[in-house]
Write a protein that binds this ligand. Structure first.
Ligand code: SAM
Length: 221
């Protein structure tokens, strides 16, 4: 059993779950993930969705034939997700970054690791501890897709201003190279109006024969 202490990054979510659940439901996977869609559409495989919220992304992956492990430490979201997106292809876990102990106990690797709107909830130490664990869970040919929120922090939440540069450097230290780096506006109209924008990054393992990121096909915008 995981410790009953609340995961620090989830601050505010349980209290605001009733308001947030319909907001999350209103945005489709395709609207949300246009920028990285070309990296996600592929042969069915194993997906790890960390901080899966109410399961919109997990449900899309399941609908495409993937088998999904969806990690969500906020109970109100996890229970809503299990109700809204019941699927034999999705397994729900009460686990959290940076340790991801329950995921790691399974001894599985994943073709796709999603962290949509999660990484900036971790403080610097949690990010430093979390990155090598993500790298170790990624299959050799796999992709990590990660987004960082920038702009005003909603009242009651715990978020940090995390730069793309820091994230790319941290990933590099653990053998991951960037294959996507784009900035997008917020899909939610109220967040867009408040000046929220996003960095979207994706990483793959550096091939053994290539020791530096030089020459990697990095998409930027
Ligand atoms: C902005 S929501 C994003 C939910 C979903 N990924 C999406 O894109 O709709 C952030 C999620 O991260 C989760 N979270 C916060 N800290 C976390 C941590 N340390 N480990 C895993 N998930 C965390 C929250 O509980 C919340 O569900």
């Amino acid at each position: 059993m995981r410790s009953i202490a609340r995961t620090p990054g989830t601050q505010g979510y349980a209290e605001q779950a009733a308001e947030l659940i319909p907001r999350y439901q209103a945005i489709s996977f395709l609207e949300h993930h246009q920028a990285e869609m070309h990296l996600l559409a592929g042969r069915p495989g194993r997906v790890l969705d960390v901080g899966a919220g109410i399961g919109v992304d997990a449900a899309w992956f399941a609908s495409q034939g993937h088998s999904v492990v969806a990690v969500e430490p906020t109970e109100a979201f996890r229970l809503a997700a299990m109700r809204l997106h019941a699927s034999p292809s999705i397994e729900w876990l009460d686990d959290a970054l940076p340790k991801l102990d329950r995921v790691r106990e399974r001894g599985q690797m994943f073709d796709t690791v999603m962290l949509s709107g999660v990484w900036m909830h971790l403080d610097e130490r949690e990010r430093r501890d979390g990155m090598p664990r993500l790298a170790s869970l990624l299959a050799p040919h796999g992709v990590v897709v990660l987004s960082l929120r920038h702009g005003p922090v909603p009242v009651g939440r715990r978020m940090f201003e995390v730069s793309a540069e820091e994230t790319i450097e941290l990933a590099r230290q653990h053998g991951l190279q960037p294959v996507l780096h784009v900035k997008t506006e917020s899909v939610q109209a109220s967040n867009r109006a408040a000046g929220v924008n996003w960095t979207r990054l994706a990483f793959r393992h550096v091939p053994k024969r290539q020791q530096s990121v030089e020459g990697a096909a990095l998409e930027t915008a």
